[in-house]
Design a binder for this molecule. Structure first.
Ligand code: HXC
Length: 257
């Protein structure tokens, strides 16, 4: 398939999506959204893909929603067209998604990174929700996911002032899971995705769902959900195989069944 705004690659069991609008610092327009969401949905139902990496360029993961596309829109247009609503699809995927962020992850770019399951960052990464400077507010989940990721104090600070956060602060605050030199960040993210993709796909999907319950519900409800998901792993061949391999002191051969 030909894409206008992204590059798509399969490397073993890892699907890699590279945002590719270099002249606009990977600003997210509707076409890019539709291409990314479409490929993620294809990867998500493909048993040959066990993890997805979304990345940008060294200078910019994505510098936000495309301001030129948005600038002339009216309330009726954004509301009636559910402008940017399709991004919510990423939150419904089963396959783990790793964001590899170097350079700017601003506005919708920061929100896209947070829609992924976790963020691997280069040491030049910069995160921010500068929407307030444009007279708007985050619209792809930023006010919710940033607050859950870094807490109310930093989220309010960033969203109300529009200031950026460099990678050290982002790591201290828990927004990113690991930081690497910028030249290595993508390769490391792919290695990490390969590790994830080497596991049972069913177990990873259930593990992801369980962690997401912690994000989205109270403790008692989350623990109950986890227990049910845990029990269901005993219906899989991969549970039998994984435990047999341990007992027999060999590597497991997961079949994603
Ligand atoms: C459209 C953008 C863009 C964006 C950069 N460009 N960001 N185009 N939308 N969000 C374009 C510039 O217009 C320019 O193109 C080219 O990319 C290079 O950008 P420069 O500004 O020349 O680069 P630099 O001086 O290095 O500054 C980098 C930057 C700056 C600090 C990241 O570009 C910037 O502040 N961008 C906007 C960041 C932002 O406000 N993001 C939030 C958007 S609102 P030309 O053709 O002019 O040379 C948002 C809402 C989400 O995301 C919710 C939606 C529902």
């Amino acid at each position: 398939t030909e894409y206008q705004t992204i590059l798509v690659e399969r490397r073993g069991r890892v699907g890699i999506i590279t945002l590719n609008r270099p002249k606009a610092l990977n600003a997210l327009n509707s076409e890019l959204m539709n291409e990314v969401v479409g490929v993620v949905k294809e990867f998500d139902v493909d048993e040959a893909i066990g993890a997805i990496v979304i990345t940008g360029s060294e200078k910019a993961f994505a510098a936000g929603a495309d301001i030129k596309e948005m600038s002339t829109k009216t309330y009726a247009e954004v509301a009636n067209q559910q402008f940017f609503g399709a991004w919510d699809e990423l939150a419904r995927t089963r396959t783990p998604i790793v964001a590899a962020v170097t350079g700017y992850a601003l506005g919708g770019g920061c929100e896209l990174a947070m829609l992924c399951d976790f963020i691997i960052a280069g040491d030049n990464a910069v995160f921010g929700q500068p929407e307030i400077n444009l007279g708007v507010i985050p619209g792809i989940g930023g006010s919710q996911r940033l607050t859950r990721a870094v807490g109310k104090a930093k989220a309010m600070d960033m969203i109300l002032t529009g200031r950026n956060m460099k990678v050290d602060e982002a790591e201290r605050a828990g927004l990113v899971s690991r930081v690497f030199p910028k030249e290595e960040a993508l390769a490391k993210a792919i290695e990490i995705a390969e590790v994830i993709a080497s596991k049972s796909l069913i177990a990873s999907a259930l593990a992801k769902e369980a962690v997401n319950r912690a994000f989205e519900s109270g403790l008692t409800e989350g623990v109950r959900a986890e227990r049910g998901l845990f029990y269901s792993t005993f219906a899989t061949d991969d549970q039998t195989e994984g435990m047999a391999a341990f007992v027999e002191k060999r590597d497991p051969n997961f079949t994603h069944r």
